[in-house]
Design a protein. Structure first.
Length: 126
């Protein structure tokens, strides 16, 4: 199992839940290396680099990918479109890399409506 954004709030909760379930747990992260956690393999990877993702997944053949990673702007961020573009590309990269490596993989995409800069109302896939 792979979790992108595993060092974020939701990722940390899922890591605690899954690390003891006899999963081969792999956490993608960016930034500073986290402290070693028994039963968890931390992988520093930039999801914007599809070539590296392809090489990694070709070797590891992911069975389950939980995609949580995103750069979330603050509600007052003026240039939120940059975050949206990077988040879209990172999601596209990990999605395609997953299924190019294993057509039977399960891909679960979890995201915050915050990336759409909408404060009131509903957010849909459209």
């Amino acid at each position: 199992m792979f979790i992108s954004g595993g060092l974020g709030q939701d990722g940390q909760i899922l890591t605690v839940l899954f690390k003891n379930k006899k999963n081969n747990l792999n956490i993608f992260y960016k930034g500073k290396k986290p402290k070693t956690t028994k039963g968890v393999n931390f992988i520093r990877e930039n999801l914007l680099n599809k070539k590296k993702l392809d090489l990694f997944f070709k070797k590891k053949k992911p069975d389950i990918v939980l995609h949580l990673a995103a750069n979330n702007p603050s509600y007052h961020e003026k240039n939120y479109k940059v975050f949206f573009k990077d988040n879209f590309l990172a999601t596209k990269n990990i999605f395609y890399s997953t299924f190019e490596a294993n057509k039977k993989a399960k891909f679960i995409f979890c995201s915050s409506s915050q990336i759409f800069k909408k404060k009131i109302g509903f957010v849909s896939e459209k």
